[in-house]
Design a protein around this ligand. Sequence first.
Ligand SMILES: [Zn+2]
Length: 122
Amino acid sequence: MSLAVCVRCGNSKVGAFTPCAGCGLDPAAHGTERELQARSVFLTDRYLPGGELEEMGRRIREGEPVTYDAGLLAQITEELRTQKLPIVSKVPAGLSIVVWTVVGVLLALAVGFLLMSRLRGP
Ligand SMILES: [Zn+2]
């Protein structure tokens, strides 16, 4: 989890997609537009290291205009769309491990079966 700032009210929070305690904005909520999600990801210490994140939060809290890097936002939106960012992954890590274990076991069985049938052949 990274340090983040609410895109609507400038409140500090932990994690880009956690609901805001200040205004209740939930970037992960169903139906939330991707641009808002991209801005939520942008307003984290991942993209704004050092004091930049606090500065952005202060500006939002005081109603000052905040500029977003359009290119970076497009890149984040693309990452969100293709699910490259782990924070928006729909499949829990544990589930994919189970799936891959099953696939691995089935593959091993298939290879074993092939080898057995070859050994038994003429
Ligand atoms: Zn907020």
